[in-house]
Design a protein. Sequence first.
Length: 442
Amino acid sequence: MRDLEEKYRAELVVIGVHSAKFRAEQATEAVREAVLRYDIRHPVVNDRDLKVWQSYAVRSWPTMMFIDPRGKVIARHEGEVPVESFERSLDEMIGEFDQKGWLDRRPVNWRLEAGQSRSPLAFPAGVLADETSDRLFIADTNHHRLIISDLAGQVKSLIGGKEAGLCDGDFNTARFNGPQGLTLHDQTLYVADTGNHALRAVELTSQSVTTLAGNGQQARIYYRRGGAGPAIKLNSPWDVAYADGKLYITMAGFHQLWQYDLSNQQIGPWVGAGPEGLIDGRLNQAMLAQPSGLSYRDGQLYLACSEASALRKVEVATGEVTTLLGQGLYEFGDVNGDRQTGRLQHPLGVGAGPDGLIYLADTYNHRIKRYDPSTGIVQGWSGDGRSGYQDGPAELSRFNEPASLSFAGNRVYIADTNNHLIRVIDRSNGAVSSLHLEGWPN
């Protein structure tokens, strides 16, 4: 949409209408945070009561309504569509309205939202702790860079700049675009470079960045073939995990789990049929729903399917998918319990803890939860369930859309995205503190 707004800035006015599916998305402040995070530069209506949705007889997300200069709805499109098709349609409409003398090309200037932060970070969405080497890796997502600090917050290195781009090279010249998920193997940090639709590798010894797959262009919605990494377009890679010589990537835009073989540099779909859903089974018999957070332990991949508010498990040896929590695309909540009764709300982060539990960043519930594989029970652990910022005891602490977590000894590091902070939880009691990053390089 940004490309269309730029190309047709004198002819096209875009107005976004946010008709929420999840309860947490109804809050105007949550919509404002999303506008800031995604740098949206057109007006967005918070249709929290679905009045616009109903008056335009909308049935699905996304739906695009085309309104002529006199206010009449002349077309609609449901679902994703290639930008080339939009351009052809807009060119035809502009030609027609020009002939009729209807177009008004006077510039429209919107007052953009501006945020304030208590932190030098901007919507951090990924965090990875490396206790062995006393390192913490942070995806400073809206600053389009990576940060390396020690576990106490002393900054050691910056990778990339504050400008979005897709550029390989050393730590100073490399560029990212909205990086998110991280995994480490030996001395290589692998990055889901979401905004670039790319998989990147950061060689920590040589301090260099290379692109393993993707070319910066988003693959079309039904583009699902594999092949040599650099030749394959990706679609919103969200998180990445290493296991036995392979990288596993949550391809949120394709509702699939992909696999990258480090030995032959081949990448392609591995699990998921492609359409969005919550169906178990092997490999492409299963259906996923915006797979996001990913964590590996003992032959199992644990996966957050955010659109189904679900926790899934994938057997690496067979590709068998099992749902541990979640009932469907429209079943969500904030409830402790088992597969039948427990509820999450759009979780984005998952981590297999050293204590055998599975930890969840239950993003829209603003909580950190724990799932016990031995009992099948999920329980709230830290955060009181309301968005905000508060350190202290587990039951009084507050987060604002936490998105990722990682472990170092008795500490859990949290990417608290909308608070622009890294938070730290003491596993012994659930108490929360904030990590203060210091010693920034000049």
